[in-house]
Design a protein around this ligand. Structure first.
Ligand SMILES: C[S@@+](CC[C@H](N)C(=O)[O-])C[C@H]1O[C@@H](n2cnc3c(N)ncnc32)[C@H](O)[C@@H]1O
Length: 442
C-alpha cells in the first residue's frame, strides 16, 4: 500500500500535537497530505489493523513511506504486526543526482523512499529469491563441470568449514571430524592446525557422509598444500542438509534491501503514455517497482494482492504485466477513494485502457502502440459512505435499497425483496460489527 505520506504537514508545522484537529473520526477523512501526526497515525492505525486481519498466515504487507513519517510508521507497524515479524525496510532509490536542487545550499538531497515490509507470521513466510542469469553464474564461479552436468548444470565450490566464532558457529569438537583425501590419508580442518578451534564444519558428520555419497563433496589441495573439503553448489539442484537429499532449484541469492533500478520519473511517463497528460495523476509509482516487489513477495504465481490506496492503479497494471511475462495467475483488488474523481477518471480509465487497447470513449493512446492490451477479466464495484450513526437522518429503506444493489453487484441475488426481513437481519449483523458511538465533545 502507498498511503498519503503526510509530507506537507511535516514540512510546514512539524506535526505538532496541538494541531490535532482531526483526531476525531478517521473514517471521515478525506484525502489530504496534511494530517497532524496523531491524525495521520490514527488513520493508518485503523487501516493497518484491518489489513492484518485480511492477510493470510503466510502473507506479507509492503507499505511505502518517505522520511516524514517513516520512523513513526515503523513504530506503529511494530506494535500492530509485532517486531518479530519485521522483515526489512527496503530503500527505494527513486532518483539520482540533485534534481532541481542544482544550486549549492549546504543541504542533503533526499533521493530515497522506503517500503516497510512485515510478514503476518515470520515463521510461515517464504520470500522469492533472485535467480542468477547465465552471466551472473559465470561471474560467481559456476564454471565447473562433472559427471552430473546434464541434471545439475555447472557448479562452484564453497568451503565445507566456517570460521568458528562466539556467535552461531561456535567450535564443536564433533564438527572437526576426519575426512579422507583422494590419496587415502585422513585430514582435519587445516585452520585448526594453524590456530586451534578457529573453524568447524557446517554439516554434521552424517550429513557429510550423505552429501558425499550423492556427489556434493570435492576434496582438493589448497595453495599451502593442505587438503580442504569443499561443498559443490550446482546451478539446478542443491543438497538440503535438513532432509539429507537433493532438491531442485535455480541457483540464486536473496533479494537485498536496496532497489536501484526503477525511478519515479518512469511512473510519470507511464501516465503520459496512457493519458497523453503527465499531470493526470501526481507521483504514481513506476509499475516496474511494483512488479519487482510482487515477484520478491513470493515464488507462488497465484498470489492475491490487495492495494487499498490504489491511486492511479499502478498495482493492477504491474500485476497484469507480471502475469503476462511469467504466465502467472495472480489476482488483485484495488480500492481507491474518488477525490477529484481519480477513482473514475484515472484508476478505472487506466485499467480500462490497458485492458482494451482503447479508452472508454474509444480514444487511442501511446501505450497501445507498443503493448498488447491484457484482456483480463476485471470487475468494478462502486462504494458509498452512508452515515448510519443513531443520530443521523438516514432513511433505513434507502440503506436497504443500496445494500441490495451492492449485494446484487457481488452476485448475491437470492434475497427476498418482498419481505425485507432477510436484508434487515443482514443489515443488523453488519451494523453490529462496528457499534457506532457518538462522541461527546465540548
Ligand atoms: C500516494 S497515492 C498512491 C499512488 C499509487 N501507488 C499509484 O501508483 O498511483 C495515495 C492514494 O491514496 C488515496 N487515498 C487517500 N485517502 C484515502 C482513503 N481514505 N481511502 C482510499 N484511498 C485514499 C489518494 O487518493 C491517493 O490516490
Amino acid at each position: 500500500m502507498d498511503p498519503p505520506y503526510n509530507t506537507e504537514a511535516t514540512k510546514n508545522d512539524g506535526n505538532s500535537v496541538a494541531n490535532d484537529k482531526e483526531n476525531i473520526n478517521s473514517n471521515k477523512f478525506i484525502y489530504r497530505d496534511k494530517y497532524s501526526r496523531n491524525g495521520w497515525l490514527n488513520f493508518m492505525n485503523e487501516r493497518l489493523r484491518l489489513a492484518k486481519k485480511l492477510l493470510k498466515d503466510d502473507g506479507v504487507i509492503f507499505v511505502s513511506i518517505d522520511d516524514s513519517e517513516q520512523a513513526y510508521l515503523k513504530v506503529l507497524m511494530d506494535e500492530i504486526f509485532g517486531e518479530e515479524n519485521f522483515v526489512a525496510n527496503l530503500n527505494w532509490v527513486k532518483k539520482h543526482g540533485p534534481g532541481g536542487n542544482t544550486s549549492f545550499n549546504y543541504s542533503i538531497v533526499k533521493n530515497t523512499e522506503y517500503i516497510l515490509v512485515y510478514s503476518k507470521n515470520i515463521e510461515k513466510k517464504v520470500f522469492n529469491y533472485n535467480k542468477h542469469n547465465d552471466k551472473d553464474l559465470k561471474k560467481l564461479g559456476y564454471t565447473n563441470k562433472d559427471e552430473y552436468f546434464n541434471e545439475r548444470g555447472y557448479y562452484k565450490l564453497t568451503d565445507l568449514h566456517h570460521p568458528s566464532s562466539t556467535g552461531s558457529f561456535q567450535y564443536i569438537e564433533s564438527l572437526d571430524y576426519l575426512i579422507e583425501a583422494p590419496d587415502k590419508t585422513k585430514f582435519k580442518i587445516y585452520q585448526n592446525i594453524i590456530k586451534p578451534k578457529s573453524a568447524r564444519y557446517t554439516w554434521g558428520y552424517d550429513t557429510y557422509l550423505e552429501g558425499k555419497k550423492l556427489g556434493f563433496i570435492e576434496v582438493l589441495k589448497n595453495n599451502e598444500g593442505f587438503w580442504v573439503a569443499k561443498r559443490k553448489q550446482y546451478e539446478k539442484v542443491k543438497f538440503d542438509p535438513k532432509i539429507k537429499n537433493i532438491v531442485k532449484i535455480d541457483a540464486g541469492q536473496p533479494f537485498e534491501n536496496i532497489i536501484d533500478n526503477f525511478y519515479s520519473s518512469e511512473g510519470g511517463s507511464e501516465i503520459k503514455n496512457i493519458f497523453s497528460d503527465k499531470n493526470k495523476f501526481d507521483f504514481p509509482k513506476p509499475s516496474n517497482l511494483i512488479k519487482y516487489i510482487t515477484n520478491l513477495a513470493s515464488q507462488n504465481k497465484n498470489i492475491r494482492i490487495l492495494d487499498f490506496f490504489a491511486g492511479s492503479g499502478t498495482t493492477g497494471h504491474a500485476v497484469l504485466e507480471l502475469n503476462k511475462e511469467d504466465g502467472g495467475n495472480r489476482t488483485f483488488t484495488l480500492v481507491t477513494n474518488n477525490e477529484n474523481n481519480i477513482g473514475i477518471d484515472v484508476n478505472y480509465e487506466r485499467l480500462y485502457r490497458i485492458n482494451h487497447g482503447f479508452g472508454t470513449n474509444n480514444e487511442s493512446f501511446e501505450w497501445s502502440k507498443k503493448n498488447e492490451p491484457y484482456k483480463a477479466n476485471l470487475n468494478v464495484y462502486s462504494m458509498d459512505y452512508i452515515d448510519i450513526s443513531p443520530f443521523s437522518n438516514v432513511d433505513t429503506k434507502e440503506i436497504i435499497k443500496e445494500l441490495i444493489k451492492v449485494l446484487n453487484d457481488f452476485g448475491v441475488n437470492n434475497l427476498n425483496q418482498e419481505n425485507d426481513f432477510d436484508i434487515k437481519e443482514l443489515l443488523n449483523s453488519l451494523l453490529s460489527l462496528k457499534p457506532q458511538v457518538k462522541e461527546q465533545r465540548e
